[in-house]
Design a binder for this molecule. Structure first.
Ligand SMILES: O=C(O)[C@H](O)C(=O)CO
Ligand SMILES: [Mg+2]
Length: 259
């Protein structure tokens, strides 16, 4: 059986953020992931999670997403800010059950040099992994497709695995997002098998519209059966735009779900 958790930036968006947690629990999920939960004090959110029987699976280290930022960890001019962001995320994570912390690399601007930015990203990840590791927290990195993130530092799984190999920190893991992998590289199941030991988190979305399983060109049900065969027993984040109302879009998960 597989465990799915809705990403509350994508699902249940019909509701105010606070109510999305309860709606997810009422829909049968026992975990959620949230990009930026920092609007609520950790203690308040921890109580809300407990009241709803929810595990918080993953958060992003804070960045000014609404202002257009897609991360700062690779930006040489933002090293201090990045460290503060990582420290904030880890301190918050400690208060809400130690979710994984995704550290976004960021978008390159014309004046940036890719080799310098990659070096800064690795330096910041090593810093994040060391302080997270002392607390038993996993740091997540995620290659994202050029179609959605044209200026992002990296887009391919191999770039992610190379970073992980070079840093040699056991608590840095890859997020395998079916939407991004298929859009960027194709050959989804083979790529899954190739990088499987590096994966710490899984996210799903169908291509090309980034909708739910059953809407789009990927047979995600078949993909889920491959995950079961591989023995995947961690969370799978639902990070897709429902093609209809959220509750009408989630029927697909029932045959695979365990609480
Ligand atoms: O957009 C995605 O796929 C990521 O998971 C994310 O959280 C922001 O890059
Ligand atoms: Mg993703």
């Amino acid at each position: 059986m597989l465990r799915f958790d809705p990403n509350l930036r994508w699902l249940f968006t019909e509701l105010p953020m606070w109510d999305r947690y309860t709606a997810a629990a009422q829909a049968g999920f026992s975990g959620v992931e949230v990009a930026f939960p920092y609007e609520y004090p950790a203690r308040k959110l921890a109580a809300h999670l407990k009241d709803n029987g929810l595990t918080l699976v993953q958060v992003l280290a804070p960045v000014d997403w609404e202002g257009g930022s897609r991360g700062i960890a690779c930006l040489p001019e933002k090293k201090d800010e990045c460290r503060r962001s990582v420290e904030t995320a880890i301190e918050y994570a400690l208060g809400v059950g130690k979710p994984m912390v995704h550290v976004l690399a960021g978008n390159l601007e014309p004046h940036h040099r890719i080799d310098e930015c990659m070096a800064v990203f690795k330096e910041n990840l090593a810093y994040a992994a060391d302080i997270a590791g002392r607390e038993g927290i996993t740091i997540i990195i995620e290659p994202v497709c050029n179609a959605r993130f044209p200026a992002y530092l990296y887009s391919r799984l191999d770039e992610g695995t190379q970073i992980i190999d070079e840093l040699g920190k056991p608590n840095i893991k890859l997020c395998f997002d079916t939407y991004h992998v298929q859009m960027q590289e194709g050959n989804l199941t083979e790529r899954l098998r190739q990088v499987y030991p590096y994966i710490g988190h899984m996210q799903i979305g169908n291509t090309p519209g980034r909708n739910e399983p059953g809407v789009g060109e990927l047979d995600l049900h078949w993909f889920f059966r491959q995950l079961e065969k591989l023995g995947w027993d961690r969370w799978i984040g639902c990070e897709y735009a429902p093609s209809t109302r959220t509750l009408a879009s989630i029927g697909w998960h029932a045959p695979f779900t365990t609480r």
